[in-house]
Design a binder for this molecule. Structure first.
Ligand code: SAH
Length: 397
């Protein structure tokens, strides 16, 4: 059987030599190998560059496992080392005190393309997003037990698998079945998350620092509005920080049911923590028409753009909600606005927020910028890993 091989076009090895983990089809002279195979990557002269995972039909046909070391074997001990490094990184950034719930593996930025793994106490929920990693499912499952000895559960119900010819997979991978709900704390607030039916692995762990920022800025807010609430993370942060009331809006009744449960677990009443199933775009318009106003507004929408082609339409969506939200802010009110669209960079998001302020005739002053938390690192060689951007500002007049 001949070895799977990726041969780069002349002069196209530079990004690999700098440690970037993706090879686009335009850089490839030849690719032999089946989806999921480990390929030897060589330059146009046949010199060894890297080992990668092969996915011939995908937009990124090769993702790199290991750079520059021909003797490296992509096997269980390779993955064991990568997980150890990922864990060491978390221990370091959390100064030795790991949170109850954190992301242990953040794909390419932890040198593990195709794997996301979130730890909730002694359980782990992982997503295997590509064919290369899928080959190592059993190896990974066993290794993750070291960090989550009770349970390793799979939530690989992600679109990218379909492009690699894989189907969705969910279910137990190792250990015992996880509980119906994980219970954990974040910034001192109690949360529960549903590993089987929740979004992603159950909770948006990437917003830990932003929720803290909201908590620290919420004192004195009489009326807060949490748009795209999901299970109430930002709403509870606002209450914990001293806001008097918060109204949480989401299209999903199931998410809001968990949000109410979370509020109760923290001792907040229905008067303090309100929920409403609604489309945020329509809800904001209704508030504008009825002149309803707020002291603090959070906008944390889902991804509006997956690709550069969708960027313009996404920008219009972001502008729409930001403009409306600014109109609803009382003077001195604070807006916390986010974009998790990787295809929309920080500069473009800032421009959208600026132009929303101009159109809303709002004197808007930015006091903080936010990003994905430290357990969602961005490898220096992989700027594409930066996706979550946040802006906090005050409406002066
Ligand atoms: N802020 C949340 C995460 C938000 S995820 C947290 O901190 O955990 C995005 C949420 O937006 C999802 O719960 C989804 O149900 C909701 N959503 C998507 N489109 C919506 C719309 N048009 N109107 C209201 N909610 C929407």
């Amino acid at each position: 059987m001949s070895e799977a091989l990726a041969v780069l076009k002349q002069g196209r090895e530079k990004s690999i030599l700098r440690g970037h983990p993706w090879i686009f089809s335009g850089a490839l002279k030849k690719l032999s190998g089946k989806t999921g195979d480990t390929v030897r990557v060589v330059d146009s002269e046949g010199n060894f560059l890297a080992w990668g995972a092969c996915s011939p039909d995908s937009a990124i046909p090769v993702k790199i496992w290991s750079f520059g070391n021909e003797a490296e074997k992509i096997d269980a001990s390779f993955f064991e080392r990568k997980l150890e490094q990922a864990f060491l990184y978390r221990k370091t950034v959390f100064n030795g005190v790991l949170p109850d719930a954190y992301r242990l593996v953040n794909a390419e930025s932890d040198g593990l393309p195709g794997l996301v793994a979130d730890v909730y106490n002694d359980c782990c929920v992982c997503q295997i997003t590509g064919a290369g990693m899928d080959r190592f499912r059993d190896v990974i499952a066993k290794l993750l037990l070291k960090y989550a000895p009770r349970s390793v559960y799979e939530r690989s119900d992600v679109e990218s698998r379909l492009r690699d010819g894989l189907s969705f997979r969910t279910g137990l991978l190792a250990g015992e079945e996880p509980p119906e709900f994980f219970q954990f704390t974040e910034n001192g607030i109690r949360f529960s998350a549903d590993p089987r039916n929740g979004h992603k692995t159950g909770f948006y762990l990437d917003q830990r620092i932003s929720r803290k920022t909201v908590m620290e800025a919420a004192a004195g807010a009489e009326d807060a509005l949490n748009c795209f609430s999901y299970t109430g993370g930002f709403g509870l942060a606002a209450l914990a920080g001293g806001a008097k009331r918060v109204l949480n809006i989401d299209a999903s009744a199931d998410a809001l049911a968990i949000a109410r449960k979370n509020a109760e677990a923290n001792g907040f009443t229905e008067e303090q923590f309100g929920t409403q199933v609604a489309d945020v775009f329509q809800f904001l318009r209704k508030c504008r028409d009825s002149r309803r106003t707020f002291d603090l507004i959070v906008l944390d929408p889902p991804k509006f753009a997956d690709t550069a082609a969708q960027r313009e339409k996404a920008a219009r969506g972001y502008k729409d909600i930001n403009l409306l939200a600014m109109k609803l802010l009382r003077p001195g009110g604070k807006l916390f606005t986010f974009s998790c669209s990787g295809a929309m960079d920080g500069d473009l998001f800032t421009k959208v927020v600026d132009s929303a302020a101009a159109d809303a005739k709002c004197d808007f002053r930015i006091f903080a910028r936010m990003a994905q938390g430290p357990d969602h690192p961005v490898a220096a060689t992989f700027p594409e890993g930066f996706y979550l951007k946040g802006i906090a500002g005050v409406r002066i007049s």
